[in-house]
Design a protein around this ligand. Structure first.
Ligand code: FES
Length: 357
């Protein structure tokens, strides 16, 4: 039997509150706390002060962005001087931090001190509003524009636009470092493929241990061993003088295996010495150092994306995303039995992006 009295009049007992609450209205609307006016609402001088602080912060942000760009110019990384690179990183970082922090603090200060802080309650409704609601929204945007002073407070608005626009510039400026221009000292700078083609290896360059630079005799390389190798000239280079850039191109992994297990093309038969082969350590996928040698399978593994290269067969790719074999360094021995390079690599080392040109 339907009982009308059961609808709307049912009471639920809430022990925590100790109150009987209507099921139709289980949560009492606590209402809004009384609105408290801020100092900037009451005092025009305080309002003016807040406005000045805000646009000063935004212009400070512009100064931070300019500072970052100036630091990029003043401390060029192309010099390859460690101090210059350190200053470049530090001052660009400080400039960008100042630029972004000032925008953030300025925006928070603006919203806290000058924009309207009246609280509103909005009831839920269907996603698309009626025409009248939409018109009301436009009206409320206009009111918000008026209350926030976005259109009216021109100094703040313009300084914010300037700060946001300027904060993008340091990022754009840094892109220039990806493609440095050629210069007298560095004629290859604008030609990445040529840069990757030239390493410190040359005819007669001694293969030395990384990092101490001691020469290696062929008799030192026992079956199954793997050596991390750099050219002697690089080992003698000061670590502040382009060392890392050259090392990133010239590092080599050298292993020895029974000569009968090596598959070599006619052309490359003279590139190895009595089962000793040397390959670039720079992965042809995206350039990580390929340094994990698996003696049983003769596979070299790149730890970044698991490409595997078979050093018994021209360092061909046997697994993974790399698309071409590791470049081989042609080697020989000198009169005293020390291992030397026959020449530089015959192809660019590292990632194969240049093949797309
Ligand atoms: S860098 Fe070597 S597999 Fe990706």
């Amino acid at each position: 039997m339907h009982n009308d009295d059961s609808q709307g009049e049912l009471q639920a007992y809430r022990p925590s509150a100790g109150l009987a609450v209507s099921i139709d209205d289980p949560v009492q609307n606590p209402g809004l706390p009384p609105h408290r006016e801020r100092i900037t609402d009451k005092d025009p001088a305080a309002e003016k002060r807040a406005e000045r602080t805000i646009y000063t912060l935004f212009y400070l942000s512009v100064a931070g962005s300019i500072w970052a760009i100036a630091a990029y110019m003043l401390f060029p990384i192309e010099d390859q001087q460690l101090t210059s690179i350190r200053h470049n990183n530090m001052f660009i970082g400080l400039g960008i931090a100042l630029a972004l922090l000032s925008i953030g603090i300025g925006a928070i200060h603006w919203s806290k001190s000058l924009m309207s802080d009246k609280e509103h309650v909005e009831m839920r409704h269907s996603t698309r509003g009626s025409e009248s609601t939409r018109a009301a929204v436009i009206k409320s945007f206009e009111a918000a524009n008026e209350e926030s002073g976005f259109g009216r407070r021109k100094m703040i608005r313009n300084s914010l636009f300037a700060a946001v626009a300027a904060s993008i510039l340091p990022g754009i400026t840094l892109f220039r470092g990806l493609a440095p221009h050629s210069s007298e000292e560095n004629p290859l700078a604008g030609h990445p493929v040529e840069l990757l083609k030239q390493t410190m290896w040359e005819e007669g360059a001694y293969l030395t241990r990384d990092p101490d630079g001691t020469r290696i005799k062929a008799s030192d390389v026992t079956l199954g061993s793997a050596f991390h190798v750099i050219p002697e000239k690089l080992a003698a280079t000061s670590h502040t003088d382009g060392y890392l850039e050259e090392k990133a191109k010239a590092m080599v992994l050298m292993v020895r295996m029974p000569p009968e297990q090596i598959t070599e093309t006619e052309e490359r038969k003279s590139w190895s010495y009595d089962g000793i082969v040397a390959y670039s350590k720079v992965c042809t996928h995206v350039g990580c150092p390929v340094a994990l040698y698996e003696q049983q399978t003769h596979h070299l593994l790149c730890p970044c994306h698991q490409s595997q290269f078979d050093v018994s067969d021209g360092a061909k790719v046997v697994f993974g995303p790399a698309s071409r074999p590791l470049p081989q360094l042609p080697i020989a021995v000198d009169d005293e039995g020390y291992l030397v390079a026959q020449s530089d690599f015959t192809e660019p080392v590292g990632p194969s992006f240049w093949e797309m040109h």
